[in-house]
Design a protein around this ligand. Structure first.
Ligand SMILES: [Zn+2]
Length: 99
């Protein structure tokens, strides 16, 4: 028997996760403007990523990713709930969030 807690209770160091992510279902307004995907025109149901370098990326339902320079990690932390789960891969995270 090992004294280590089960893997799901261990929080990996931040450098081991691709970044933080959350689902953002409502339209996302930055500086008074609704953000729209430049490729497909989607304006709601984003996945918002907080990358390792504290930049923010938006991903629409169709999987297009756009860097969002109007937002930063401080915004993310204010708007995301407490981190309930870390995802070792992007795919697992997206599945968890319903994308
Ligand atoms: Zn798109």
């Amino acid at each position: 028997m090992s004294d280590l807690p089960p893997p799901e209770l261990r929080v990996p160091p931040r450098q081991e996760v691709a970044g933080l992510m959350m689902r953002w279902v409502q339209p996302l307004v930055v500086d008074g403007e609704v953000r729209v995907c430049p490729e497909c025109g989607a304006y709601r149901d984003w996945i918002v990523f907080c990358m390792r370098d504290d930049s923010i990326c938006l991903r629409c339902r169709a999987g297009h990713e756009t860097k969002e320079s109007g937002l930063d990690a401080a915004w993310y932390n204010r708007n995301s709930g407490p981190v309930d789960r870390f995802h070792p891969t992007l795919e697992e995270g997206l599945r968890h969030l319903g994308h």
